[in-house]
Design a protein around this ligand. Structure first.
Ligand SMILES: [Fe+2]
Length: 441
């Protein structure tokens, strides 16, 4: 059996190959771009699976998939990326083109990966053990793994040949010369190693020149969440809440046009609305007393809070009362900024889903815990439970979009939030904020 893995990041490529080798016995072909993959596919008509990153220089998953459709080549296709089938029309029948097609979002765990592979290839019994994962000698040597390494004596019997903390290349070479090709790691050690390596790769991406958190397109929101350490399950959940919200809001003719205006403009209002929705749902999900209905309320508030400023984008960008742009505005403009939450509420009043809890969030999204926000600019400790989550979600997405900060600066910023949100009822939302964004702690 033969499979093809297409990935332009060589660290991830090696990791994926290692994971495959731990699960099944197949020949693995690799390509670092879409067009290179197409050449390989042309020469190998017997592929059992193709897994591809989405965006790469010199052709991505779109080009490879287009080629497969044009040539009517039926082979399971896996997209391994923060982007997915919904990001291009070519994938509109992705899950029915081939029943085994799949999307695995980065960063993924070994378990997620294994599950996808097992759906396509039944595991040969002798390779599988619930406690150990096979790992090739090349990988062990190249990475000088200072981990506990085992060899397999029989189906159930493994013996440790290297303890953790020290890599012994000479000893491993001896085993290789004696014909041992497979080494094993305990499953939990391997899983931790995979996770750590993927996180390091992401940190490297975030620190790379030009890799600062920039928003080139709204589709990158999920990538931003991944880089900030939000787990995949949460991202998928937030996406589903937002999609359901959008579907439901479109049932109200009044909101339908407004939504189209917000979501189709390539501007701060759109970015902030979308990112705030994702952030708020992700943070609020940590609080088990909040409900799916609360998550929907957050999405509604996030999408519509600035609806009265879509025609005046400059005003929409003012988040803090002390923003220099605020001082340069006319009195009428300043007034418009001050009451835009209230104006949004007037528009939303007739919508049955718009209730008091959502209203409070829309009205106070520029207030700050210590009373230095607007329009009231007063400290208030009597907010409803959901409002602090909305406040921190709004602030974080603004700081992220407006600041174009590096990961290091984001960590610093998150630490400053600790002082702002240090007392009730804000402290709980801050604690959940920290739990949500692993990369910031
Ligand atoms: Fe606003």
């Amino acid at each position: 059996m033969k499979i093809l893995i297409v990935e332009d990041d060589l660290d991830i490529l090696e990791l994926v190959c290692t994971m495959v080798a731990g699960i099944i016995d197949v020949d693995v072909l690799t390509a670092s771009s879409g067009y290179e993959a197409i050449e390989i596919i042309e020469k190998n008509s017997d592929l059992s699976l193709i897994m591809s990153d989405f965006k790469m220089n010199n052709g991505g998953a779109v080009e490879v998939y287009k080629f497969l459709l044009e040539k009517k080549i039926k082979v399971p296709f896996g997209i391994v990326s923060t982007y997915g089938p919904k990001d291009d029309d070519i994938f509109k029948n992705f899950y029915t083109d081939h029943p085994q097609n799949f999307h695995l979002m980065k960063p993924f765990s070994f378990n997620d990966f294994e599950e996808r592979i097992e759906r396509i290839f039944p595991k040969p019994k002798n390779l599988v053990h619930s406690d150990f994962v096979r790992i090739g000698a090349d990988f062990v040597k190249r990475h000088a793994l200072p981990l506990q390494i085992y060899i397999r004596l029989s189906e159930e019997k493994f013996v440790m040949i290297q303890d953790k903390g020290h890599y012994d290349g000479v000893m491993l070479d001896n085993y290789i010369q004696r014909g041992i090709e497979d080494f094993f790691l305990k499953r939990e050690v391997f899983e931790a190693y995979i996770l750590e390596t993927l996180q390091q790769t992401q940190a490297k991406m975030a620190q790379a020149p030009g890799g600062d958190i920039l928003f080139e397109a709204i589709e990158e929101v999920q990538l931003v969440l991944s880089r900030l350490g939000v787990n995949q399950e949460t991202i998928i959940y937030a996406e589903s809440v937002i999609e359901e919200g959008l579907k439901s809001f479109r049932n109200y003719s009044k909101l339908c046009d407004l939504l189209d205006r917000i979501l189709t403009m390539n501007h701060y209002v759109q970015k902030h609305a979308y990112l705030t929705a994702y952030f708020c749902v992700a943070i609020a999900k940590q609080n088990t007393t909040l409900t799916a209905r609360d998550h929907r309320r957050l999405v509604m508030a996030a999408l519509f809070k600035d609806i009265c400023l879509v025609e005046t984008p400059l005003l929409a960008e003012i988040f803090y009362i002390k923003d220099k742009k605020m001082q340069s505005l006319s009195q009428t403009q300043q007034h418009k900024v001050m009451i835009h939450g209230q104006d949004a509420c007037y528009i939303l009043e007739s919508i049955p889903e718009f209730d008091n809890i959502t209203r409070e969030m829309v009205l106070t999204h520029h207030e700050r815990p210590k009373g230095n926000g607007f329009p009231r600019g007063k400290e208030n400790k009597n907010y409803q439970a959901l409002t602090p989550y909305f406040m921190i979600g709004c602030q974080f997405s603004h700081d992220l979009i407006a600041g174009e900060r590096s990961m290091k600066e984001m960590i610093h910023l998150a630490q400053n939030y600790a002082f702002e949100y240090e007392f009730a009822p804000f402290k709980e939302a801050y604690d959940h904020f920290v739990l949500t964004f692993n990369a910031l702690s």
